[in-house]
Write a protein that binds this ligand. Structure first.
Ligand SMILES: [Zn+2]
Length: 311
């Protein structure tokens, strides 16, 4: 019985690593580092848009989701602190999207337009008008929210909320950086307690309780909700204990068919200097090139269908 079970588990894992039908031609797939499904290119941009995009291209990018934090377009002190100027409100949303349209004309680049929206808006209500301008929406899972660090229960709750709101805004949605935000918050809490980080165990870092990964796999099957594995992961991967926890949390999801994205989450020139080598962690996490191309294919298909509907 045990042998049979092991064989089934091994076969399932093997199956998950294989490309799906229609994903077999390497020519039809972007390499991990060619995709950045989360590049900030609005208020926080420190250089001219073309210079900013040149940096991404120089490091190998060919597919970009350009976005900004939606809350920066609301009246607050924060937006005025940034160098790049956009009007607030609806004028700003349109100006940003027009800038992204201009980038999309650059040869050799595929550009999708998006927003990053604070997860709390899933509780308090969203701003519909700018959301209708986006081809893709990412939900910012924050280590600054009140309460505990993000975990399996909070993620399952957010996924249900995202699937609900997706009925009103039918675009692919990404849960941004859930896993590294937990690690950040766990380490921050340890420091506040005067605890040395090297005393933290994989169990302290682990995101999921037993059964939660299976619940998520079931919830996400056949959905258009993706999880981000951002370049923030690279830093945690250098710590063997964090690495062990990340693999235990993420690999079973990938093998169970959950879809992931590859991204930098770059905001600044300093971020852009950090090399983007997602294969260095994605391979151990079981996040393949086939898996991460799914969102690109979906976005291209949606764009093609919109164009066909216009003709
Ligand atoms: Zn971001």
């Amino acid at each position: 019985m045990r042998t049979l079970l092991l064989t089934i588990v091994a076969a399932a894992a093997c199956h998950a690593q294989a490309p799906l039908p229609g994903q077999a031609l390497p020519q039809a797939l972007f390499e991990l580092r060619e995709m950045d499904m989360h590049l900030h290119a609005g208020f926080e941009r420190q250089v001219d848009m073309n210079a900013w995009i040149d940096l991404a291209i120089a490091d190998g990018r060919r597919v970009l989701v350009l976005l900004d934090h939606l809350e920066l377009y609301r009246p607050s002190r924060k937006a005025r602190e940034y160098k790049a100027g956009y009007p607030l409100g609806s004028e700003g949303h349109k100006a940003l999207m027009a800038d992204f349209d201009a980038v999309a004309k650059r040869p050799g680049l595929i550009v999708f337009k998006g927003w990053e929206i604070f997860e709390g808006e899933l509780d308090t209500g969203v701003e519909p008008e700018p959301m209708r301008l986006a081809e893709v929406i990412g939900w910012h899972i924050s280590p600054n929210s009140a309460g505990n660090a993000p975990d399996g229960r909070s993620l399952i709750r957010r996924v249900r909320q995202i699937m609900e709101i997706q009925k009103r805004f039918p675009v692919p949605m990404i849960v941004f950086h859930p896993f590294d935000m937990r690690l950040e918050k766990v380490q921050r809490a340890a420091r506040l307690q005067g605890r040395e980080l090297k005393t933290l165990t994989a169990a302290d870092y682990r995101f999921f309780q037993p059964g939660e990964q299976q619940e998520l796999i079931g919830l996400l099957a056949g959905s258009s909700v993706y999880f981000e594995i951002g370049n923030g992961t690279a830093r945690y991967f250098q710590d063997p204990v964090c690495r062990q926890a990340l693999i235990a949390d993420i690999r079973p999801l990938a093998e169970g068919g959950v879809q992931f994205t590859a991204s930098t989450d770059n905001h600044s020139l300093a971020n852009a200097k950090v090399p983007f080598r997602p294969e260095e962690y994605d391979q151990a996490l079981g996040v393949t090139v086939f898996n991460t191309n799914t969102i690109v294919r979906e976005l291209l298909a949606l764009r093609a269908k919109r164009a066909a509907n216009r003709n």
